[in-house]
Design a protein around this ligand. Structure first.
Ligand SMILES: *[C@@H]1O[C@H](CO)[C@@H](O)[C@H](O)[C@H]1NC(C)=O
Ligand SMILES: *[C@@H]1O[C@H](CO)[C@@H](O)[C@H](O)[C@H]1NC(C)=O
Ligand SMILES: *[C@H]1O[C@H](CO)[C@@H](O)[C@H](O)[C@H]1NC(C)=O
Length: 243
């Protein structure tokens, strides 16, 4: 009797979307950021899905190379201007990239695993359909975003019931960090301007889960480009005085 009620309760639970998010991204020449929409430590790592998934980005069935910044439960549709909050959390220097970008991908729940792919938009607007897919240097295990059992810690009973179709698959809390890394092609020129930063590219990193895809958008600058431009700006400001 108890078992029957238990099974019905599990089967009746709504399909819970599951998630992974980019907590921190760093450039190989310094600087760091967090993904658009991330809220930082106020969002708990462990706990119910409704509490842990509020700031993870979902792309609502869209393919990697589509013009979408996705959305989070708390922000709704993400906008490039959400970079202001991201920089309030992580600091004023965006990831400075010579060759590689690393990110700490936080797997929130069991559909938030790998493989993770990345696409770079040089315009910094989220025009990913014209973007360049980046080569992966480090990834998270997984199959279409579903975590392997070694990561999910799912109970043997739950796993058996799910695989035999007695209960529907449901995302379970994972709360683990993984390093992911991508190569940014030499000669990339970023042309976006966001939140007072020029020469900005946006990079979308996401898995390919049916409930998602899940991941996030981060802003980066090519190392040297920001400094070069700051110099150019100083010179142009100085000109009227020296004329
Ligand atoms: C990010 O950069 C800021 C300085 O802008 C620094 O204080 C902070 O420790 C860095 N965080 C990480 C995770 O590297
Ligand atoms: C970036 O990822 C690569 C590949 O796993 C690793 O060798 C490197 O140490 C990472 N760098 C940082 C700063 O985490
Ligand atoms: C620097 O910024 C100016 C506009 O302020 C822009 O015209 C120029 O292309 C930028 N330089 C680089 C190297 O991106």
């Amino acid at each position: 009797m108890f078992a029957k009620v238990f099974l019905i309760a599990l089967a009746a639970s709504p399909l819970v979307a599951a998630h992974g998010k980019i907590a921190v991204a760093v450039g190989d020449a310094g600087g760091n950021t967090t993904a658009l929409g991330i809220q930082g430590a106020v969002v708990p790592g462990a706990g119910s899905n409704s509490k842990t998934e509020v700031d993870t980005t979902t792309y609502n069935g869209k393919s990697l190379k589509s013009d979408s910044l996705g959305e989070t439960t708390d922000t709704g549709k993400l906008k490039v201007n959400d970079l202001a909050s991201a920089m309030d959390l992580s600091g004023s220097t965006l990831p400075q990239v010579t060759n590689t970008i690393n990110a700490t991908f936080h797997v929130v729940t069991s559909d938030g695993c790998g493989p993770i792919k990345a696409v770079l938009d040089t315009t910094g607007t989220g025009a990913y359909s014209n973007g360049v897919e980046l080569d992966s240097l480090a990834d998270i295990p997984g199959n279409n975003g579903d975590c392997p059992k070694s990561i999910t810690k799912k109970s043997v009973v739950r796993d058996l019931l799910e695989r035999s179709g007695v209960i529907s698959k449901r995302a379970t809390n994972v709360n683990k960090d993984f390093n992911i890394a991508f190569t940014v092609p030499a000669g990339t020129t970023c042309t976006g301007t966001i939140n007072g930063q020029s020469n900005v590219c946006l990079v979308k990193m996401a898995n390919n889960n049916n409930n998602g895809p899940f991941g996030g958008n981060i802003a980066i600058q090519m190392a040297g480009a920001a400094a070069t431009n700051a110099t150019a700006k100083r010179n142009s400001v100085a000109q009227p005085f020296s004329a």
